[in-house]
Design a protein around this ligand. Structure first.
Ligand code: ADP
Ligand code: MG
Length: 641
């Protein structure tokens, strides 16, 4: 006799139900989705014992017609989808017709509902998929669903429940995520008879953020509003310095549906690369709107995953949206008289502050990292103190020289003239990554109708580490090593910098893997640019005959292997800045050191470079520049209150 038999209906229904409702929070999520789909303006969620014994979701939405109620609990019964084509154009959160059936298969459910147009409402009770009672009842407009003893008939599931507090926290966080996706709906969350939060439902995302994510998150918010092809990205991201250790504060929505997707997190995080310390993550509340036919939301029964028709477009949209917002709103830190940080939501951008000093493009190129041709000709011996090499080309601002192709010292009189006539630097620094190619980089030259930016006057340095400068009504403090390091890093990253090599007295013979050999062989230009000179022997043998001057203490073979591995990794990991780690290492070695002697002219020059480049963070994400306003100083001295 054969072993295969058809499963009993109750058994397979329980199995299917378990996929939709894994945990108490999944039941809550499904019930809230139903309330949102019913156009509710108020939703109350109440739980007891982490949702295990009691979940109540009450809404003031459309209600359900009495005759439809039993059907709503049947499997695959829905009012939201009729034909196959409907699945292509779903704008409701529910569509599978499984939630009520699944929940009621594993618990006791009481439902009370009334449509506005009906005089009487309807009460219904069902347990383990079996109807217990159904009757007319007086009740307010809308729907209340009470779920008792979830998983009572699935002991295995019960074993996987965490403590009530943890399950309750997951529910709270579910309600929060839903509240953030619908600021026009007021959400109230009650846990064990205590109200935990109520959102206003005023339609302002920021008020929902304030209530749900707290003041710190709110204070660090930068608005995002960006369109790329058919994708619109809207919401808020956090300032780099407000980054957190976990990704918990990342909330992504696709057409207002909360989703968990690593692609979205990566796209966001890459916009922050080099602005935040490693191991830290930005936070966000971002809604990605797109036509329903380019996204598949029917990937998992719990509807938390989605599939995009074109991942690259979505990646670029989010990445560029975040870059764009960071560029516009990310201003340098300001500190209060008491040393605390002033809220970062300032409307004045860093760029606006510092455009008073600019360099024509040809000079700009020569000055970058002291390794391009003109500088190299002059520097017979390379010293690690790059600032000294830079100085050979440098005309200090106080020796004001008005040659057209020379750096003009900005003075009150010639500011206007300079602003209009100076050509835009070709390699102007930009945070926009390659992926954002589709959106032309905005010119950030000061246009005639903008305010004249204040001149920067370097006062000196403190502790041989911090440059002190005056700029309009601010005192600026700049970490000279961090700033220079970032400047060099950017040069390397934009490929405008080629590292000088020195020939090795003893060339290094190395046996690589075939993959590494091919990687170097196919990318000889990259190797040269990074100062590593390789000769290719019988695969997989190579001979390294030159290594970068600034990396004298690094083993040339290790370096070649590192480059090869970066190239290999880059092929697998599209969109990632594969050489960043290597660039960090080089930049750190080449930059002026803290505690080193640097004269005023060098300081002025460095200040000029970093303000032109709009450098705000070192490659490791530490801030480079801090400002203290005159007002704050006056407060310190009690000149004003
Ligand atoms: P789905 O949401 O996928 O349609 P559900 O099992 O969640 O499936 O719900 C079944 C049907 O019951 C819905 O299509 C809807 O018509 C109705 N319904 C459920 N909850 C509500 C509610 N809170 N308000 C109005 N109608 C509801
Ligand atoms: Mg539903």
């Amino acid at each position: 006799m054969g072993k295969i038999h058809l499963l009993d209906k109750t058994v397979y229904e329980l199995i299917a139900a378990g996929q939709v409702v894994e945990k108490p929070f999944s039941a809550v999520k499904e019930l809230i989705e139903n309330s949102i789909d019913a156009d509710a303006k108020n939703i109350v969620v109440e739980i007891k014992n982490g949702g295990r014994t009691y979940i109540r979701v009450t809404d003031n939405g459309s209600g359900i017609a009495a005759e439809d109620v039993p059907l709503a609990f049947a499997n695959h019964a829905t009012s939201k989808v009729v034909t196959l084509e409907d699945i292509e154009s779903i704008y409701t959160l529910g569509f599978r017709g499984e939630a009520l059936a699944s929940i009621s298969a594993m618990s006791n459910v009481q439902l009370l509902t009334k449509r506005r147009e009906d005089e009487l409402g309807f009460r219904y009770e069902i347990e383990g998929g079996v109807e217990l009672s159904s009757e007319s009842a007086g009740c307010p407009d809308g729907t209340t669903v009470v779920v008792r003893n979830l998983f009572y008939n699935t002991p295995a599931r019960q074993k996987y429940m965490y403590r009530d507090v943890s399950e309750g926290n997951s529910i709270a966080s579910t309600v929060q995520k839903m509240a953030l996706s619908h600021p026009e709906i007021s959400f109230k969350f009650i846990r064990d008879n205590k109200v935990e939060f109520v959102t206003s439902g005023d339609g302002e995302l920021l008020s929902a953020i304030y209530t749900v994510l707290g003041k710190n998150f709110y204070d660090s918010c930068i608005p995002v509003d960006y369109k790329f092809m058919y994708v619109t990205v809207k919401g808020y991201i956090t300032k780099p310095l407000a980054s957190r250790a976990s990704r918990t504060y990342q909330n992504f929505y696709v057409n207002s549906r909360y989703v968990k997707k690593i692609l979205l997190a990566t796209a966001l995080e890459e916009a922050y690369a080099n602005r935040i310390m490693s191991g830290k993550n930005p936070g966000c509340v971002l809604n990605i709107s797109l036509p329903s036919n380019v996204v598949d939301i029917n990937v998992q029964p719990n509807k938390l995953d989605v599939r995009f028709r074109d991942d690259d477009t979505i990646f670029t949209a989010i990445n560029s949206a975040a870059n764009d917002a960071l560029m516009k709103f990310d201003s340098p830190e300001e500190i209060n008289a008491d040393g605390s940080r002033i809220s970062a939501n300032s409307s004045v951008t860093h760029r606006q502050l510092y455009t008073g000093v600019t360099t024509p493009s040809d000079r700009y190129d020569q000055l970058s990292f002291g390794t391009s041709s003109s500088v190299r000709r002059q520097s017979t011996a390379y010293t690690s103190d790059l600032a000294k090499i830079f100085m050979k080309d440098y005309i200090p601002p106080y020796k004001s020289k008005q040659n057209d192709d020379e750096v003009a010292a900005p003075t009150e009189n010639n500011d206007e003239k300079n602003r209009v006539e100076e050509p835009e630097p070709e390699n102007k620094y930009t945070y926009i990554s390659e992926q954002s190619f589709a959106k032309p980089v905005q010119s950030e030259a000061v246009s005639a109708d903008e305010d004249v930016s204040p001149e920067i006057r370097v006062i000196g340095e403190a502790f041989k580490t911090y440059i002190l400068a005056e700029c309009g009504d601010d005192i600026l403090l700049v970490d000279k090593h961090a700033a220079h390091e970032r400047y060099i890093f950017e040069g390397l990253k934009r490929n405008v910098t080629t590292l000088d090599s020195q020939m090795l007295l003893n060339p290094a013979h190395a046996t690589l893997t075939y993959e590494q050999y091919d990687a170097l062989h196919d990318n000889q230009d990259t190797c040269k640019r990074l100062g590593v000179l390789v000769q290719f022997g019988v695969p997989p043998m190579v001979i390294i005959i030159g290594s970068p001057m600034i990396a004298q203490d690094m083993d040339p073979t290790d370096l070649a292997v590192q480059i090869a591995d970066c190239i290999i990794e880059g092929k697998k990991n599209k969109g990632k800045d594969i050489f960043d780690d290597l660039y960090h290492t080089f930049a750190c070695k080449a930059a002026i050191k803290a505690n080193s002697d640097t004269n005023i002219v060098e300081l002025e020059y460095l200040m000029k470079l970093i303000t032109e480049e709009d450098i705000r963070y070192c490659p490791h994400g530490r801030p480079v520049l801090v400002k203290l306003s005159k007002r704050e100083i006056e407060k310190m001295f009690r000149r004003i209150v």
